[in-house]
Write a protein that binds this ligand. Structure first.
Ligand SMILES: C[S@@+](CC[C@H](N)C(=O)[O-])C[C@H]1O[C@@H](n2cnc3c(N)ncnc32)[C@H](O)[C@@H]1O
Length: 247
């Protein structure tokens, strides 16, 4: 994401909030179970790419202390009202903005996949790992290289809300690249629909072959799977759960 062409401007932020909560909802039970120890010791959770606060709200409702962060000011604006009990809502663009020291870093919706290059994604993962205190846990999902074939097999997909519509088309320029091309229609007060467009480029990564050794080199023990808990995720999405050993 670049500041000149930010992802998730206000129209798409609202569409995400109203139409795409199912992923954070499905992941929440598994993530909450992973954070059980952190909650018991009143540890601090940093959520990266929190979007509109869909997961944040599950975490704060369970009594966790959460710093909710995202690159998109429009997403964060919605998170402020949807998940008001976060300790803080902060614009944080990975990999350059510092990740606060914490006991857990969590993320859903492959937020780290939105950076432009593999090197940027690796830098973002290292920044998250280095923020963890001893005993800390990292739990996030990423788009694996296999995302490309799974996504490119899909036809253009329409989504409908009460006063919006979204059409998602897909493109890929390379084995490690996948983009969603999203045309939005938002009903205005006069009844006409305003059209918008966002293209989200994602960098795909070999999660087992690249992410595992990267995080192990940071001193973490790493588990890679298809889910945080019992949920079924989209094909190509991989879940990384890593622990920093206690001191
Ligand atoms: C698909 S949304 C997922 C939002 C939320 N986690 C959820 O599950 O509903 C991806 C999020 O990643 C954020 N994002 C994209 N690039 C980012 C970056 N470089 N640093 C931090 N967040 C980023 C976007 O603004 C967006 O909110």
């Amino acid at each position: 994401m670049t500041s000149a062409d930010p992802y998730y401007r206000p129209a798409l932020a609202r569409i995400h909030h109203e139409g795409f909560g199912f992923h954070a909802d499905a992941c929440a039970p598994g993530i909450l179970a992973l954070l059980d120890d952190v909650r018991r010791r009143d540890g601090l959770v940093v959520e990266v790419g929190c979007g509109t606060g869909l997961l944040t709200r599950h975490l704060t409702d369970a009594g966790l202390r959460v710093v909710a962060t995202d690159a998109s000011p429009a997403m964060l604006d919605l998170a402020r009202s949807y998940a008001p009990d976060a300790v803080e809502h902060r614009v944080l663009v990975l990999p350059d903005d510092p990740v606060p020291e914490c006991d857990a870093v969590v993320s859903t919706g492959h937020a780290l996949s939105y950076v432009p290059y593999r090197a940027t994604l690796e830098a973002a993962l290292v920044a998250c790992a280095r923020a963890l205190r001893p005993g800390g846990v990292l739990a996030l999902d990423l788009e694996d290289l296999t995302t490309r074939d799974a996504q490119m097999a899909r036809p253009p997909t329409p989504w409908l809300g009460d006063d919006w519509a979204l059409i998602t088309e897909r493109a890929s320029d390379a084995p490690d690249h996948f983009a969603r091309l999203m045309t939005t229609f938002m009903r205005r007060p006069d009844g006409a629909y305003e059209r918008g467009f966002e293209r989200h480029d994602n960098v795909l990564i070999d999660v087992e072959g690249v992410v595992r050794p990267l995080l192990e080199a940071e001193g973490l023990t790493v588990h890679i799977g298809l889910s945080f808990g019992d949920e079924t995720n989209m094909e190509g999405l991989m879940v990384v759960v890593a622990h920093r050993p206690s001191a």
